[in-house]
Design a protein around this ligand. Structure first.
Ligand code: AMP
Length: 313
């Protein structure tokens, strides 16, 4: 297996302005895997409980996700309950760790030679334990959230010191760095280990930063967002999936990866759970990518030729 992800596979209970859903398929690793499968299906390291339905397994199988690292154990599947009053901010109402509480991830032997690893949102101790079982990854990316920043900061900082790329949303970047500005938060993160940080800003797009480079990108323009859950993980699936599939980790190629992350996130939020992304055709991905090229195509102009330039220069 060349691309490996560890994260949560969950039952989510969701409340958004578009409606309510009880115990639908979710979890950071689940969204990531389905999204990344458009570029290269990953191997999944995760745990589920006895209550996990076979129909959900079939969804992952349909996307050719390798499930040899998916452990089924006694107890209930991880459950997250959240609501959105403002679609840019998830409010956690409940986090039932259930089988995640005692999960000791064992990376299957065939995953240990993975070239790319995504440490999706999960307990940072588990992220580190999985990373230690991969021999020589060339690309290590990671995500996290407020829950872990609050409850496991030292463990999270240890994970961070070992990753190349951190993908994180704006509020969490500011919480983690204790800065009041996203750019300052990005600079702070770049001093903790990662050489690249991607800060996701919901409907306002995203920001890609390295020590001497910066790229800003909008969100895909949508008129209907039903459920933002999983947007970040689907973004990561497009971003990491594309970098992995091309093997090109240059800043230029990361710009394309940001656009593809944006495209994958745009499908996810159009319906609850994985309902829309699982129905997405490859041609739709290509189409939205082309549209984004059109929408963002800024050309250089020579401002010195304007009459006013002579006076002001
Ligand atoms: P996102 O909207 O991309 O940030 O991720 C949403 C997913 O993260 C949901 O499907 C949840 O099941 C999952 N999730 C929520 N809280 C946690 C947590 N503390 N640890 C791991 N996964 C979580």
């Amino acid at each position: 297996m060349e691309l490996v992800v560890i994260g949560s596979v969950a039952y989510d209970s969701l409340e958004t302005p578009a409606g309510v859903r009880e115990k639908v398929l979710g979890g950071s690793a689940c969204y990531f895997s389905i999204s990344a499968s458009f570029f290269d299906p990953p191997g999944l390291v995760a745990v589920i409980g006895e209550d996990f339905d076979d129909s959900c397994i079939r969804i992952l199988e349909k996307h050719e996700v390798d499930l040899s690292g998916l452990e089924k154990t006694k107890g209930k599947t991880f459950h997250w309950k959240g609501k959105y009053e403002d679609l840019n901010e998830a409010i956690t109402l409940r986090t039932d760790l259930n089988v995640l509480e005692t999960f000791d991830p064992k990376v299957p032997k065939e995953y240990s030679e993975a070239t790319s690893v995504f440490l999706a949102n999960i307990d940072p101790e588990l992220q580190t334990r999985v990373l230690e079982q991969i021999e020589a990854p060339q690309l290590v990316a990671c995500d996290t959230m407020n829950f872990w920043i609050t409850t496991k900061r030292p463990e999270l900082m240890k994970t961070l010191s070992k990753v190349n790329i951190l993908l994180i949303n704006d509020a969490e970047a500011m919480q983690l760095s204790e800065q009041d500005n996203v750019f300052k938060a990005g600079e702070w993160i770049l001093k903790q280990g990662p050489h690249t940080v991607v800060i996701k800003r919901g409907e306002f797009g995203s920001l890609l930063m390295q020590k001497n480079d910066i790229f800003i990108f909008p969100a895909y323009p949508l008129t209907q967002v039903k459920d933002p859950t999983g947007a970040g993980d689907a973004f990561a699936g497009g971003f990491v999936g594309y970098l992995h599939a091309t093997g090109d980790h240059s800043f230029e190629n990361m710009k394309t990866a940001v656009a593809l992350g944006t495209v994958m996130a745009s499908f996810t939020v159009e319906d609850f759970s994985v309902d829309r992304i699982t129905k997405t055709a490859y041609a739709e991905v290509e189409n939205r990518y082309k549209k984004l090229i059109e929408y963002t195509n800024l050309k250089p102009v020579n401002l010195a030729t304007l009459k006013r330039a002579a006076k002001l220069s």
